[in-house]
Design a protein around this ligand. Structure first.
Ligand code: NAI
Ligand code: MG
Length: 497
C-alpha cells in the first residue's frame, strides 16, 4: 500500500516536471530595425575611415544564420605602418601634451556615447558574434561603458595612484583582441591606455569586427584628436605585423595561449612591454555545506551562458562526494530548461557558437571525451538546423588525465569530477597548465580564505561566478598569461616609472 502511494507520488512528480520542461516561451526577438550598418567597412586611421592598401575585404557573418552581414577591410603591413605613424604623430603632437584632466573628458564622453547607443551596440554584438542578446545587453555593453567611466576618473590622478613614483606614459600601444567579448575587450584595452596618456592601434578579431568599428564611429563623434585611437581590421597576420612593428612600445594581447607564446618569442630582446591574457580551465568547487541550488545556478552561469566562450569559464566542476548525486541531478534538470537558439531572442540562454572553426573544435572535443571513456550527458533540447549550435554537455566520471579535463574547449562543455578532502581538491584544481580563475562554494568563511590563498588562479570567486567590475583587477597565473587588466593594477602595464 505504502509503495503504491509512493509510486503515485512519483508519477505526479514526473508529470509536473514534464509540464515544466514542455512549457515553451513565446518568441521574443529583439528588434533589429533601429541599427545602422554599412555594407562595407574601412580601416579607421588618423580619425578617418580609409580604404585598405591591399584593396581586399572579407565577409563577416552572423553565426546564428550563416548569412553575410558586411564586408570588412583586410589591412596589410603598409596599413599597420600608417596606423602606427598616425598614433605616434598624435602622441607626440597632442595627446602627450594635453593636460590629464582634458584627456579624461574625452574618455568620459566615449563612455556616455556607448551608453547612448547601448541598444544598437548590443544588437550588433549579438548578430556578429552569436552571443545571447541578454548577455550583450546586460553584461558586455554596460561593462564596456563602465570601463571608460572608471578609467576616465584615473586620468588626472595617476600621481595619487602611484605616489612619489612619477608615472609616465609609454607611447604607442598595439592591442590585439579576441571574439568572445568584442566590445568589452576593446574597452578593457583602450580605456586604460588613454587614461595613462598613450595612443592606440587596435585590431579586433576577424569574426567580430563590427562593434569595434562602431566604437570607431563613437570615437570620431567624441572629437578625440585624430590618430589617438586607430582601429584596423583583418586576420592573424595583421596582429603579427603589429607585434613586429619597430615603433610600438607596448603590446596587449588577449586570445589563445599558442598565439600568446608566439608573441612573447617575437618580442624577446626588444624593449616592448607586454601583457598577455590567455586561456583558462577553471575549477568550480562545490563543498558539501554549499547552498546547493545557488551553486547549481553558479555552475550554469559559469560554463553554459555565453556558450562557454569565456576564458575564465568554470569548465571543470569538482563536487564533494557526499553531495555529488544531488548536485548532478539538479544540474541535469537545469540543463533541460536551458534555451538554446536564436541569440536575438530575449529568452535565449545559449546562443550560437562564434564560428564554424570553433564549432568543429568543440565537436572534436565531444568525440575525444567519449573515446577517452567519460560519460557524456546532453540536454535533450533541439538545436536550429542552420547556424552553429551545440547542446549544453556534461562529461561525468572524468579524471585528471582526460584531455577534456586538461585542455581549453571554449564551449558549453563541463567536465565533472568528485572529491573527498580539501587537500585532494586543491591539488587537482591546481594540477593544470592554466591559472586564470576558480570558484568556491561553501558556507564557511574560513574555508573560502584557505582556498583563495592556495588556489593558483588570478581570480577566485566565492559563492558566485563570472562577476566583473572595472575596479577589480583580472589576469592569470602560469599559461593563462601575465599582467593585470582592470582596477588600479590595470594602469601599470601602460606606465613607466
Ligand atoms: P587567436 O589567439 O588566434 O585569436 C585572437 C586574436 O589574435 C585575433 O584577433 C587574431 O586575429 C589574432 N591573432 C592570430 N594570430 C596572431 C599572431 N600570430 N599575432 C598576433 N595576433 C594574432 O584565437 P582563435 O584562433 O580565434 O581561437 C582559438 C582558441 O583560442 C579558442 O578555441 C580558445 O580556446 C582560445 N581563445 C581564448 C580566448 C581568451 O579570451 N583567453 C579568446 C579567444 C580564443
Ligand atoms: Mg561575425
Amino acid at each position: 500500500m505504502r509503495s503504491k502511494t509512493k509510486q503515485k507520488m512519483a508519477k505526479k512528480e514526473a508529470k509536473k516536471l514534464e509540464y515544466f520542461t514542455d512549457w515553451k516561451y513565446a518568441p521574443s526577438p529583439e528588434a533589429t530595425d533601429h541599427i545602422r550598418l554599412q555594407k562595407q567597412y574601412e580601416l579607421f586611421i588618423n580619425g578617418k575611415f580609409v580604404k585598405p592598401n591591399s584593396g581586399k575585404y572579407f565577409d563577416t557573418i552572423n553565426p546564428a544564420t550563416e548569412e553575410k552581414i558586411s564586408s570588412i577591410a583586410e589591412a596589410n603591413d603598409k596599413d599597420v605602418d600608417t596606423a602606427v605613424k598616425a598614433a605616434r604623430g598624435a602622441y607626440d603632437k597632442t595627446w602627450s601634451k594635453m593636460p590629464a584632466k582634458e584627456r579624461a573628458k574625452y574618455i568620459y564622453r566615449i563612455a556616455r556615447l556607448i551608453q547612448e547607443r547601448a541598444r544598437e551596440l548590443s544588437v550588433i554584438e549579438t548578430m556578429d558574434g552569436g552571443k545571447s542578446i541578454r548577455e550583450s545587453r546586460d553584461i558586455d555593453v554596460p561593462l564596456a561603458a563602465n570601463h571608460f567611466f572608471y578609467y576616465a576618473g584615473w586620468a588626472d590622478k595617476l600621481e595619487y595612484a602611484f605616489p612619489n613614483r612619477h608615472p609616465k606614459s609609454l607611447g604607442v600601444a598595439g592591442q590585439v583582441i579576441p571574439w568572445n567579448f568584442p566590445l568589452l575587450m576593446a574597452a578593457w584595452k583602450i580605456a586604460p591606455a588613454l587614461a595613462t596618456g598613450n595612443t592606440v592601434v587596435l585590431k579586433p578579431a576577424e569574426t567580430t569586427s563590427l562593434t569595434a568599428l562602431k566604437l570607431a564611429e563613437i570615437i570620431q563623434e567624441s572629437g578625440l584628436p585624430d590618430g589617438v585611437v586607430n582601429i584596423i581590421t583583418g586576420h592573424g597576420p595583421v596582429g603579427a605585423s603589429m607585434v613586429n612593428h619597430k615603433d610600438i612600445n607596448k603590446i596587449a594581447f588577449t586570445g589563445s595561449t599558442n598565439v600568446g607564446k608566439w608573441i612573447q618569442k617575437a618580442i624577446a630582446g626588444t624593449d616592448k612591454k607586454l601583457t598577455l591574457e590567455l586561456g583558462g580551465k577553471a575549477a568550480n568547487i562545490i563543498f558539501e555545506d554549499a547552498p546547493i541550488n545557488q551553486a547549481v545556478e553558479g555552475i550554469v552561469n559559469g560554463i553554459f551562458f555565453n556558450q562557454g566562450h569565456v576564458c575564465c569559464a568554470g569548465s571543470r566542476l569538482f563536487v564533494q562526494e557526499s553531495v555529488a548525486d544531488e548536485v548532478i541531478r539538479k544540474l541535469k534538470d537545469r540543463l533541460e530548461t536551458l534555451i538554446v537558439g536564436d541569440p536575438l531572442d530575449k529568452n535565449t540562454d545559449i546562443g550560437a557558437i562564434n564560428s564554424k572553426m570553433q564549432l568543429n573544435k568543440i565537436n572534436e572535443y565531444l568525440k575525444i571525451g567519449v573515446n577517452d571513456g567519460a560519460e557524456m550527458y546532453q540536454s535533450s533540447c533541439s538545436i536550429p538546423k542552420k547556424g552553429f549550435f551545440v547542446r549544453p554537455t556534461l562529461f561525468l566520471n572524468t579524471s585528471q588525465s582526460h584531455r577534456i579535463s586538461q585542455e581549453e574547449i571554449f564551449g558549453p562543455v563541463l567536465a565533472v569530477q568528485t572529491f573527498r578532502t580539501i587537500e585532494e581538491v586543491i591539488e587537482k584544481a591546481n594540477n593544470i597548465p592554466y591559472g586564470l580563475s576558480a570558484g568556491v562554494w561553501t558556507d564557511k568563511g574560513s574555508r573560502i580564505f584557505n582556498m583563495t590563498s592556495k588556489l593558483r588562479a588570478g581570480v577566485v570567486w566565492a559563492n558566485t561566478y563570472n562577476k566583473f567590475d572595472p575596479t577589480s583587477p583580472f589576469g592569470g597565473y602560469k599559461e593563462s598569461g601575465f599582467g593585470r587588466e582592470g582596477g588600479l593594477h590595470g594602469l601599470m602595464p601602460y606606465l613607466k616609472f
